[in-house]
Design a protein around this ligand. Structure first.
Ligand SMILES: Cc1cc2nc3c(=O)[nH]c(=O)nc-3n(C[C@H](O)[C@H](O)[C@H](O)COP(=O)(O)O)c2cc1C
Length: 330
């Protein structure tokens, strides 16, 4: 069974990917309830943490019930990263994850995120110093390389292992690809097949059906799957994959009642955690998937995503349950 440091995981664990404005404590808790084995926070700027930027500090919150949880940080300055590690440790996460994969321009141009894929020695150095700084297990999330001409992920992963990381998650795209094309899992399998690799190698990118998770496990031989977009507004995805692993059959999709209950809890937890304004706003992106497939749903969705008042959004959920309570999801 794979382990991240001393954290024991089940066979082929499913990890909730770090996702900005998505992987917050309420959503992580829902995913954990539905079978996620490890959850990660969204990325947190090391510079923001040092400046005590309220938004960055809020992202350090974790609920006990979501453990094991990894806090993900990004940056490119050694001093800032090390200070950020000290701050992160005070939140007592189970894992510290370093983001070496974010493709966004404002991150990359500072050499952070996937920007560091153009400077592998710096990537290794930062990682080595972070590992030395903390007793927590350190993991890395990265991409295949900067572009298709510079895919050196087998060598990079080995060097990161040698400086002490305890697991690596690899998104099967280059920085230049951003989110285009299909994720390529072959180079990730090459990392796994490197005889020198001892740590778990988790695959990421386009695991959007239980069958895809089976392929990642059986055809590519990876140690687990990190799941991002397929879980947005659909925390049941983790449970569905595990059911498919066990039985080879698809689970019945969640009923309307379950979806409305989850949406309600999600919104309520978000409001409790970050206040009504932000809670209402940031939960919006999940509703499309919570209620996907219902015909003539636009009017209801619009109510959910345009009102700033939580009372209206809760009322919209009640209406949906009343009107579509018997709807059979495919
Ligand atoms: C809305 C959104 C926000 C993301 N934010 C982060 C982030 O904060 N840190 C990170 O490492 N990756 C981030 N990613 C990338 C995902 O973790 C993941 O690598 C990517 O979505 C591919 O996996 P998927 O096909 O399962 O979605 C983000 C992706 C999305 C869609």
């Amino acid at each position: 069974m794979p382990k991240i440091g001393n954290i024991e995981l089940p066979d082929f664990p499913l990890l909730l990917a770090p996702m900005e404005d998505v992987s917050d404590p309420p959503f992580r808790a829902l995913c954990k309830e539905q079978g996620a084995d490890v959850v990660y926070t969204e990325f947190i700027s090391s510079e923001g943490l040092i400046r005590d930027a309220a938004k960055s500090v809020l992202k350090l919150d974790i609920y006990e019930k979501e453990r094991p949880v990894g806090i993900q940080i990004f940056g490119a300055e050694l001093d800032s990263m090390l200070q950020a590690v000290d701050i992160v440790e005070q939140s007592n996460p189970d894992i510290i994850d370093i983001n070496f994969g974010c493709p966004v321009k404002k991150v990359v141009c500072k050499n952070a995120g996937a920007g560091i894929l153009r400077d592998i020695p710096l990537m290794v150095k930062l990682t080595e110093e972070i590992v030395k700084r903390t007793k927590l297990p350190v993991t890395v999330k990265t991409r295949l390389g900067w572009d298709s001409d510079s895919i050196k992920i087998v060598e990079v992963a080995e060097r990161l292992q040698d400086v002490g990381i305890k697991a690596i998650s690899i998104h099967g795209r280059t920085r230049v690809q951003m989110y285009k094309g299909e994720a390529d899992w072959k180079p990730i399998a090459e990392v796994k097949n490197n005889q020198r690799m001892q740590i778990p190698v988790f695959g990421n990118g386009d695991v959007d059906t239980p069958e895809a998770a089976v392929r990642m496990r059986d055809d590519f031989g990876l140690d687990g799957a990190m799941i991002g977009r397929a879980s947005i507004g659909y925390p049941w995805f983790f449970k569905e994959v595990k059911h498919f692993f066990r039985t080879g059959e698809h689970m019945a999709p969640p009923s309307m009642q379950e979806r409305v209950d989850a949406a309600r809890r999600h919104l309520q937890m978000s409001i409790d955690w970050k206040g009504e304004k932000l809670g209402v706003f940031e939960t919006r992106r999940h509703y499309t998937n919570y209620f996907k497939g219902i015909p003539h749903f636009k009017e209801h969705r619009m109510k959910m995503v345009t009102s700033d008042d939580a009372v209206d959004v809760f009322a919209a959920f009640d209406e949906v349950l009343e009107k579509f309570g018997d709807f059979q999801f495919a």
